[in-house]
Design a protein around this ligand. Structure first.
Ligand SMILES: [Zn+2]
Length: 406
């Protein structure tokens, strides 16, 4: 049982945030059981943390564990960046010692940034994926983790045979799906260029039959798109995924920058999810995400760090980038905060368990130290979303367990 006197900031919906100054928040056995304004004489034995704010644990719906150590290696074009930086780095995860060390660093950095839930790609090696699961389990992370799939157009160190990629994915799914309340497996074809039609069809069929999660990348870069159209003989990138059955309500498509109106309508038809990764899009000079057009179609838009093309795991930094990377369209601080908390939880279908500080939900939260300058109450959410990444994370808790303490 923990009972803490602090200030809470809680998402209500896309346009509203609740601010509770001098509140008491408590949890027992990993579940919130008391959230109430502080009452002198009644709320005894509280930990006093009035110089901090308590927010829901942050959620990152798109990131690459095995790239964590190559953040900031500049190469402003996706395919060149993959060849020069990413593929050689991911090949290093063949070595189990390397895979373990980078997984340890990655999860520690996630928790130090206040992130409690993440959706992760690992390198294209089953053992590296298993190591990521075991480190996640050891530290109590909440995560969807998948082995990256590549059965074509990549060098011999990384390429998998189609059967191997499919069979190993299934083995990992059976081993980790439902093995823990905090962890799940997500099928992870990298992108169309590196996956054959046969592999994508098999993965899609299995995932659909088992209502499993899928993640991939879509329409990130103009050269990538031109290559996809030529390789698959289609009119649009989205058609490739539609034809093989990869578009489902449990498919997370990263980027979706250069979609035509018809492609956006197709994604809406299948109710697929979008991972918007603004920092990555500008690091690689991929282009500007058409938030307004996609949002107007009621598409489920979430936000991801996309490390290592994204430069940090800090989701408060990415909330700012969601705003900054729209040249004209304005997103409110309430919307930004919603995206990295409750919005991402809804996208993952787990808003009954996480995403906000509410009675009966699992105790995923973090405490941030307030800066010394006074911030008016009506500017707190704005401060949090525009420079909250500078607020020191004091403690991160997942399902009631402290996973990070400053
Ligand atoms: Zn990515």
């Amino acid at each position: 049982m923990r009972k803490i006197r602090t200030n809470i900031i809680n998402p209500i919906d896309q346009d509203h945030t609740f601010i509770g100054l001098d509140y008491v928040i408590a949890w027992d056995d990993g579940i919130f059981n008391y959230i109430h304004p502080y009452q002198a004489g009644k709320d005894l034995d509280c930990e006093e943390r009035l110089d901090e704010i308590c927010i829901p644990g942050l959620i990152d719906i798109h990131t690459h564990l095995s790239q964590y150590w190559i953040r900031g290696r500049y190469e402003p074009s996706l395919l060149f960046w993959l060849e020069k930086n990413v593929f050689p780095e991911e090949a290093l995860s063949q070595n189990p010692d390397f895979a373990e060390k980078i997984a340890e660093d990655f999860f520690q950095a996630l928790f130090a940034a206040g992130t409690t839930t993440s959706v992760i790609y690992t390198a294209p090696y089953p053992q590296a994926c298993e190591i990521a699961f075991s480190v996640a389990k050891k530290y109590g992370a909440r995560a969807w983790i998948g082995m990256t799939l590549m059965d074509q157009n990549v060098n011999s160190e990384l390429v998998q045979s189609t059967d191997y990629a499919y069979q190993k994915s299934l083995e990992l799914y059976y081993k980790y799906h439902n093995a823990s309340t905090l962890l799940d497996y997500i099928f992870s074809p990298r992108f169309a260029l590196s996956c054959s039609v046969i592999l994508m069809e098999k993965i899609a069929r299995f995932a659909q039959d088992n209502s499993a999660w899928i993640q991939t990348h879509l329409s990130e870069n103009q050269i990538e798109i031109a290559n996809v159209l030529q390789l698959f003989g289609v009119d649009t990138y989205t058609q490739v995924y539609e034809n093989v059955g990869l578009l489902t309500p449990k498919t997370i498509l990263a980027h979706c920058i250069h979609l035509s109106s018809a492609e956006m309508d197709t994604l809406a038809k299948y109710d697929s999810c979008i991972a918007h990764c603004p920092d990555s899009n500008f690091f690689l000079k991929s282009g500007e995400f058409n938030y307004e057009a996609l949002y107007s179609r009621n598409l489920n838009i979430g936000v991801g760090s996309d490390v290592a093309a994204g430069t940090t795991l800090n989701m408060l930094y990415h909330s700012k980038m969601v705003n900054y990377r729209q040249s004209v369209f304005s997103l409110s601080p309430e919307r930004l905060f919603y995206h990295i908390t409750l919005g991402n939880a809804i996208l993952l279908g787990c808003q009954d368990k996480i995403g906000s500080l509410d009675l009966g939900k699992e105790a995923d939260l973090c405490f941030l130290k307030l800066p010394p300058e006074p911030i008016p109450v009506d500017s707190l959410v704005s401060a949090l979303c525009f420079y909250g990444y500078e607020f020191p994370v004091m403690e991160t808790v997942i399902a009631g367990r402290t996973v990070y303490s400053r």
